[in-house]
Ligand binder design. Structure first.
Ligand code: BTN
Length: 226
């Protein structure tokens, strides 16, 4: 696997797109990002001390309907890295990794589709390791903070790159999801309603049951408050 380490870049997800035409898997890491991008058009704090990487992967025969596997693999890889430090991570479906209820890591996936197939995916991961999170202290946490001891960014980067080579099961993904069986607030379009989170389907959609009905929710369309 080709790996490139940059000192600084606007966004590894943006930068790695220049390799799309080469058709070769590659991982690009940066020590900091000046324009880190999050989901739903948000920005992502990317100061020195975190791991920021994007993995570009090409597929031969992956039906687009199985695209959730890409998210599942990335999320489980991050959870395994946290576990390797003795921590107990949880997933806020579909793509936030939490420790003690605070965000440890965010994942941004951009897919390249070719008809009904997934041709390539860019998996962008931002993991707080030893970076200063004082401006987000209510909602974010780093590995160093959780462990109350400095953690090496290089070591975490190496463990994450290695964990990303694995293929994980839906069962393992579900085992990290914190809120199954509990009530959640669903924000869908203009509507907000209470529902019980029942299950995560094989395609990654969340099944919820409200007083009125049972629904299958896709992450792109909703927000959840737990
Ligand atoms: C989110 O939580 O909203 C997703 C955050 C994803 C951040 C990572 S950092 C590496 C890659 N480059 C980016 O600009 N974003 C992703």
């Amino acid at each position: 696997m080709k790996i490139e380490l940059l000192e600084e870049i606007d966004s590894t997800n943006l930068y790695i797109k220049k390799y799309l035409s080469l058709g070769e898997d590659i991982i690009v890491c940066a020590k900091r990002q000046t324009g880190g991008r999050g989901t739903k058009g948000r920005s992502f704090l990317s100061n020195e001390g975190g791991v920021y990487l994007s993995a570009l992967r090409f597929y031969r025969d992956l039906p687009a309907k199985d695209g959730f596997r890409v998210m599942l693999n990335a999320a489980v890889a991050v959870c395994r890295v946290a576990q390797s430090y003795g921590l107990s991570p949880q997933l806020k479906w579909p793509n936030d990794v939490l420790l003690n209820g605070k965000k440890l890591c965010g994942i941004l996936i951009e897919n390249v589709l070719d008809g009904a197939s997934l041709r390539a995916s860019i998996v962008g991961i931002g993991l707080n390791v030893a970076n200063d999170l004082s401006e987000l202290q209510e909602i974010a946490i780093s590995l160093s903070e959780a462990l109350k001891t400095p953690v090496s960014v290089e070591e975490v980067r190496t463990r994450l790159i290695s964990a990303l080579q694995g293929e994980y099961s839906m069962e393992e993904y579900r085992s990290f999801v914190q809120f199954l069986g509990r009530d959640v607030t669903v924000i869908e379009g203009g509507k907000t309603y209470l529902a019980k989170a029942v299950a995560i389907e094989e395609d990654g959609r969340l099944r919820v049951k409200s007083a009125a009905e049972e629904r299958l929710l896709s992450a792109a369309e909703i927000s959840l408050r737990i």
